[in-house]
Design a protein around this ligand. Structure first.
Ligand SMILES: [Zn+2]
Length: 95
């Protein structure tokens, strides 16, 4: 398996990415609440805005929470399920 280091790598490997706002505060005028936004990002959109060669380790520092404007973002990468080669092959009959 090849290393996944850039947006292009993650995209072709079928990874998914979620972003969590860390320690941000949302201003509701009369009060402030902790921002706990946790959303899936589109790798395709990231490829359009950052380029395929943007490294995943640099990505966190370039993101900004759309709800509170916080720049401390934590990314969670989710590789796809193990490839077919590792799966137990079960023939399917009678369809
Ligand atoms: Zn936030």
């Amino acid at each position: 398996m090849t290393a996944v280091e850039t947006i292009g790598d993650a995209l072709s490997a079928g990874w998914r990415v979620r972003a969590r706002c860390v320690g941000g505060l949302v201003d509701y005028k009369t009060s402030t609440r902790k921002c706990d936004i946790f959303e899936e990002l589109s790798l395709r959109d990231l490829a359009w805005t950052r380029g395929l060669s943007c490294s995943l380790s640099n990505l966190e520092s370039r993101l900004k929470c759309p709800r509170c404007g916080n720049r401390r973002i934590s990314l969670v990468f989710e590789p796809p399920a193990p490839p077919q080669a590792n799966a137990v092959r079960t023939p399917v009959f009678g369809r």
